[in-house]
Write a protein of this length. Structure first.
Length: 364
């Protein structure tokens, strides 16, 4: 019996050691070659001096932020794909949208671009933190009892996305671009904050069940950042309700409608308070947007000539609106695509190749 016991013990000990080594490997922070990463910082065009210094200090986090900017561009293209302005301004050769002249403007579209960029960085950095891919952050260990109180059936556990670190970095990285205290800088800072705020306010709870045979006798839960589509939808609504501002000697002053003289001063004060609160939650801009019909290099506007339009649509992609009254050309297009796909046991999906002959409308 003794040899058998010893052999079993050795197997168990080996398994324990292997498990510990695997866990240690998973939890071990990734070691970066700081010299090569700092070299990468110099390849990002358009960084300000302060942003470059931040990149040198945290090159890995800056690279995660670059990934977040690509999330933002992709979501922007989805949200505005049928509009005259379709985010083409943000698609740059360097994959750094801030090189676009659009960010030097104060348009309503600029406000959306600023907010979605700030949100994208917050999301990407938080995800990278939870993966153990960054040197300066890890999981968020807080227990959010105000959201869900722990019970006998569940507890806060797992690796919550570190939204506090990621939003702090997003603020540092983007707000450092603007040092002046003019209307442009103040509007940018406000819209950057809106992007971070929307991500923070829409954190989601994810849970895992534990128990015999797939039962859910006990749950462990953690917080994750929302999907970019959720953020994009919220910011698109804020874009529609964005406020136009001018600068007065007292700071920001919303361009307001004329008040009825018969309103009492009490009602005026109450409305003013409500408006102030609303301004804090909405995007703001200070320049009237162009029509985006014609190309304008100074504002990085591509125009709508050559865009596909929809003759039967009642939305913004209809030919009358998208082509700005210039009319459109009908072009015949023949393309192929996979069709009539079937699942065959086991385990393959087989499709036919179909040829589609269609007429498309292209703005003049």
């Amino acid at each position: 019996m003794l040899p058998e016991f010893t052999h079993t013990s050795c197997l168990i000990l080996t398994l324990v050691i292997f498990t510990c080594m695997t866990m240690a490997k998973l939890r071990r922070p990734i070691l970066y070659n700081l010299h090569s990463d700092r070299t990468v910082c110099r390849t990002i065009p358009g960084l300000s001096k302060d942003q470059m210094e931040l990149c040198y200090k945290e090159p890995d986090t800056t690279m995660a932020a670059m990934k977040g900017l690509q999330y933002a561009v992709s979501e922007c293209q989805h949200q505005f794909k049928e509009q005259r302005w379709n985010c083409s301004s943000l698609v740059t050769k360097e994959k750094y949208p801030y090189t676009s002249p659009l960010f030097r403007k104060g348009f309503r579209e600029t406000s959306f671009a600023q907010a979605i960029s700030s949100a994208g960085i917050s999301i990407a950095v938080a995800r990278e933190c939870s993966l153990g891919a960054l040197l300066n952050c890890g999981c968020d260990s807080r227990k959010y009892q105000n959201q869900m109180r722990e019970t006998l059936n569940w507890k806060w556990s797992g690796c919550s996305h570190n939204i506090h670190y990621s939003t702090r970095f997003a603020k540092l990285f983007l707000d450092r671009r603007e040092k002046a205290k003019d209307i442009h800088a103040n509007v940018n800072h406000h819209n950057n904050r809106i992007g971070r705020m929307v991500v923070k306010n829409n954190m989601q709870i994810k849970c895992k069940c534990h128990g015999m045979s797939g039962s859910c006798e006990f749950k462990t839960c953690w917080r994750i950042v929302p999907d970019m589509r959720i953020i994009g939808n919220i910011l698109k609504e804020k874009y529609r309700n964005a406020h136009l501002f001018t600068m007065s000697n007292r700071g920001f002053k919303k361009i307001r409608e004329k008040y009825d003289n018969r309103l009492s001063s009490q009602r005026k004060r109450r409305r003013s308070k409500e408006k102030k609160s609303t301004h804090r939650q909405n995007l703001i801009y200070y320049q009237t947007s162009p029509s985006y019909c014609e190309a304008d290099i100074s504002a990085d506007v591509a125009g709508t000539s050559g865009r596909f339009c929809n003759r039967t649509s009642n939305g913004p992609d209809n030919c009358s609106s998208l082509c700005c009254g210039r009319g459109y050309n009908l072009l015949r297009r023949i393309r192929t695509e996979l069709c009539k796909c079937k699942f065959e046991w086991c385990c393959e999906v087989k499709c036919d190749t179909c040829t589609i002959d269609e007429w498309i409308s292209v703005c003049k």
